[in-house]
Design a protein around this ligand. Structure first.
Ligand SMILES: Cc1ncc(COP(=O)(O)O)c(C=O)c1O
Length: 436
């Protein structure tokens, strides 16, 4: 198919709700390591990684060699049969969870399903029904996952019962108009009143992303989750960490994002970067919590030998190549270079994130903090012109999300920053032009 035929077929044969970045969709033809190529043969430096999913580089040789071999050995059995790749993956995951305490895994195909399983398990284990999620969160696209999600854009159709939303720690736009640290992390302590006033006082659990991904890499102060954890446990709830974006070392130095905040969760969910592009969903829990899910359950594709092989190979690669360390080092370097761009371009109001999960928020004016939504769309086009890819996010569509493969180096960062600098300059010139 030609590029135009692909674009037309997408329009004609996909649900109209399937949207693409850019005015003219980017048709990706192939990819390798940190690069992708479009249908016209143009090369792009990929600092989005298929939405925080290409954790160890596109078509990683080491991972794919194992996947190819497994494809020709055993492709599918479902969870009703035992197989070595699933067993080996579950064993490996049990050895790296916080404190080695979460040792029972259930595999599915996506982050959405992983979160569905987590909520069901929390309710069965505690005997309570109410779930507290956060505003600005994103947890997937099933009916329950959309109900958990705290952004209107991503909530389609009717909501499910039994979910309430607490304040997140969006310090740049504090919901209480306060400033950290004199705020005493009011957004966290507010949880007590929320539970007392909107539930019967007993909850099944709390679910959150350690850094909110789709929300625009909103990064809480270090005390936030510890305060929340105490309140949640006092009301009978368990703590679920959605590690779909923050897992597998991306935040630097630790396997899981929640470890950065000194909280040991009862359940964690994962997907995206775990498979480096292979569809794997993970719900991993403390044994007694997993025991709470009585009866039987299955997932046709869960624990699939091929995707389980990919996931185990990804974890091994991260470990062997010390990528958690690289996320700290190269991520720190990236952060410094983004801060330099903030000094230079007034359009950037805030830079935030951790490790190789960094974002910047665009504002029309640093005092009023009016979201620069139109300029962000313009910047996305300019970045494409300059052959770099990054993501867009935030409730107002004014955050650029940077999450490259975890095995990039400083030269890649420099190349990205040079192209980003040019793109920001082009965007500012255009904006100034349109203001005249
Ligand atoms: C934090 C988080 N949780 C869950 C999901 C849903 O995962 P999936 O799209 O694999 O269903 C996403 C997807 O972006 C996510 O970012």
């Amino acid at each position: 198919m030609t590029k135009q035929e692909i674009i037309l077929a997408n329009k004609e044969f996909l649900f109209p709700a399937v949207f693409h970045f850019y005015k003219e969709p980017l048709v990706v033809a192939h990819a390798k390591d940190q690069y992708v190529w479009d249908a016209d043969g143009n090369q792009y430096l990929d600092f989005l990684g298929g939405i925080v999913t290409v954790s160890v580089g596109h078509c990683n040789d080491q991972v794919n060699a194992k996947v190819h071999k497994q494809l020709d050995t055993l492709q599918h059995v479902s969870t009703v049969f035992a197989n070595e790749p699933q067993a080996a993956l579950a064993k490996k995951i049990a050895s790296i969870t916080p404190g080695g305490k979460l040792t029972k895994s259930f595999f599915t195909n996506s982050g959405t399903e992983a979160n569905e399983t987590a909520i069901l398990t929390a309710r069965c284990y505690t005997g309570n029904t109410e779930i507290v999620a956060l505003r600005h969160s994103y947890h997937g696209r099933s009916a329950m996952a959309m109900t958990l999600t705290g952004q209107g854009t991503w909530r389609l159709g009717p909501s499910q019962a039994g979910v309430i939303h607490a304040h997140n720690a969006y310090c740049y736009r504090c919901p209480f108009g306060l400033t950290y640290p004199t705020c005493d992390v009011r957004c966290a302590s507010d949880m007590e009143e929320l539970i007392r006033t909107t539930t019967g006082g007993r909850i099944a659990g709390f679910i959150a992303e350690p850094i909110q991904g789709v929300g625009g890499y909103i990064t809480p102060p270090k005390e936030y989750f510890q305060i929340i954890e105490k309140i949640v446990r006092n009301h009978g709830g368990i703590f679920i960490s959605d590690e779909v974006q923050t897992g597998w070392g991306r935040t630097g130095g630790k396997w899981f994002g929640i470890e950065q905040w000194g909280v040991t969760p009862d359940i964690m969910t994962g997907a995206k970067g775990l498979g480096n592009g292979s569809p794997v969903g993970l719900t991993v829990a403390r044994p007694e919590v997993a025991d709470g899910l009585k009866g039987v359950t299955l997932s046709t594709f869960g624990g699939n030998p091929v995707t389980a092989t990919a996931a185990k190979a990804v974890i091994d690669f991260i470990e062997e190549q010390k990528l958690m360390h690289n996320c700290t080092e190269t991520g720190g370097y990236l952060r410094g270079r983004l801060e330099e761009l903030k000094d230079k371009h007034a359009l950037i109001g805030d830079v935030r994130g951790m490790g190789l999960m960094q974002a910047f928020e665009l504002v029309e004016d640093r005092k009023t903090k009016t979201p620069a939504t139109a300029q962000t769309a313009m910047l996305m086009e300019a970045m494409r012109e300059n052959r770099i890819l990054a993501g867009k996010g935030g409730l107002y569509g004014n955050v650029i999300r940077v999450s490259p493969p975890m095995n990039i180096n400083r030269t890649d960062v420099d190349n990205f920053i040079t192209a980003l600098d040019q793109s920001l300059a082009a965007c500012s010139a255009l904006t100034a032009g349109s203001a005249r």
